[in-house]
Design a protein around this ligand. Structure first.
Ligand SMILES: NC(=O)c1ccc[n+]([C@@H]2O[C@H](COP(=O)([O-])OP(=O)(O)OC[C@H]3O[C@@H](n4cnc5c(N)ncnc54)[C@H](O)[C@@H]3O)[C@@H](O)[C@H]2O)c1
Length: 401
């Protein structure tokens, strides 16, 4: 269902932020993402947003150039518990200060926004420390490894009157917008089902992906779950089966490790009104170019209804177009939304700085990220108990431009 009030409400929120008026903070489970965000105290006017990056590993190589290219960002510090990494990143990306831990970082030069690119298991405590110190936070996925952790962070951000947003950014792509519009305009008829698949052979550079509380759902399934809930709405319940296909792995610089988290997952979501979706993800999937497979154009996600079906070409974090077949157009697949626009999977932190500087909200919201965290925690619980797990959180329909 289209919410006709949504663009009006977005304008209201934007204007309200600009006017410096506080918005009431209500519990996460039953309120829109916009309203869980606090007030104009967070907006930064008349200067660039001072950004610190924590976690100078693999993904930071994609984040630093995007941040450096943003007219709204001043990179002031970076940090890694492996101090050589922080030093190397500081030299390479011309960051004036570097630190070996978050306490030293927070005690260092003033900054506004912390970009958290650390291990999955570190996200909650790093996010918590930064929010407690009244810093805005952009977090790589997930916000935390339980729904309670994600909620706690949302509430903390509201209390401290700072902003919290997190990866992934998939709902910001033009291909997502095309798919969402196609559904909202009724071109698929009554939507019934959807499927998404994302996997590769698994990262080889760090062991946290395979340690307890890591796993393919937090690293890969999270993209598909974000896209499908973005398209079909919040899930009411989840059932899942997960497993470990490869019990030991070779990790660079560490040797052979024992795999403790799932490397294979099948998840079914109930979106209400009979609508179901299925997500599969794993670290044992052949793909020609593995983790860097940005040029891949095969269908990774499909949605079907009573009058049509559509298929996303390429991964949802690096999409190339949408193939749509409808009863109205004779049932032949036709390619749409082939233009990339300005979308980049790694631009979330730069978009957050833009939001802090201009008041223009990105499409991705913290309520959506918290809902996805609840789904993944629920999938783990379903595997552990054999039960269907009811979900309590929700988020507003993604606002399209
Ligand atoms: N690598 C990718 O292509 C990619 C893409 C999208 C998202 N991500 C996500 O980004 C996050 C990081 O992944 P990565 O591949 O860069 O891992 P990585 O191991 O290469 O980098 C993580 C870095 O964080 C540092 N670190 C860990 N705990 C810390 C702490 N408490 N304080 C300071 N530094 C700390 C580590 O020393 C390491 O240098 C993960 O959540 C991952 O899911 C990665």
């Amino acid at each position: 269902m289209i919410d006709p009030d949504i663009s009006l409400r977005r304008d209201f929120i934007k204007n309200t932020l600009a006017a410096g008026v506080a918005i009431a903070v209500l519990p996460t489970d039953n309120i829109s993402s916009a309203e869980t965000q606090p007030d104009a105290a967070g907006l930064i006017q008349g200067r660039k947003v001072r950004v610190a990056v924590i976690g100078c590993g693999n993904v930071s190589g994609s984040y630093f150039p995007t941040l450096a290219a943003s007219p709204h960002v001043e990179l002031v510090a970076c940090c890694d518990i492996v101090p050589e990494r922080a030093e190397k990143a500081a030299k390479k990306h011309k960051v004036p200060a570097f630190f070996p831990n978050i306490d030293a970082l927070l005690a260092g030069p003033e900054f506004d926004l912390l970009v958290n690119l650390t291990d999955i298991q570190q996200h909650h405590q790093v996010n918590h420390k930064a929010l407690s110190a009244s810093r805005h936070v952009w977090s790589e996925k997930p916000l935390g490894i339980t729904h309670a952790q994600a909620r706690e962070l949302v509430e903390l951000a509201a209390t401290r009157k700072v902003q919290l947003l997190g990866s992934p950014t998939v709902v910001a792509s033009p291909q997502f917008a095309f798919m969402a519009r196609t559904i909202r305009e009724g071109k698929l008829g009554k939507v019934a089902a959807a499927h998404a698949s994302y996997g590769h052979l698994g990262p080889s550079w760090s062991s946290f992906f395979y340690d307890k509380d890591g796993g393919t759902l937090f690293d890969l399934g999270v993209y598909s779950i974000s896209t499908l809930t973005g398209l079909l709405g919040p899930a009411k319940a989840v059932v899942a089966m997960t497993g470990i296909v490869t019990p030991t792995r070779e990790i660079q610089g560490k040797g052979r490790i024992q795999v403790a988290a799932e490397d294979n997952a099948m998840v079914i979501l109930d979106h209400g009104d009979g609508v179901l979706s299925h997500i599969q993800s794993g670290f044992n999937y052949f793909s020609a170019r593995e983790h860097e497979d940005t040029e891949s154009t095969h269908h990774t996600l499909s949605v079907v209804g009573t009058k049509g079906s559509m298929h996303l070409a390429g991964y949802d974090w690096g999409p190339h177009g949408v193939d749509l077949a409808t009863a109205e157009s004779g049932g032949r697949l036709q390619r749409f939304a082939a233009e990339p626009g300005d979308y980049q999977w790694q631009y979330g932190a730069a978009k957050m700085a833009e939001f802090l500087a201009t008041g223009v909200r990105p499409r991705f919201t913290v309520a959506h990220a918290a809902h996805v965290a609840e789904i993944i925690a629920g999938a783990h619980q379903s595997q552990a108990t054999g039960m269907r797990i009811a979900l309590t959180s929700t988020f507003d329909q993604v606002v399209l431009d």
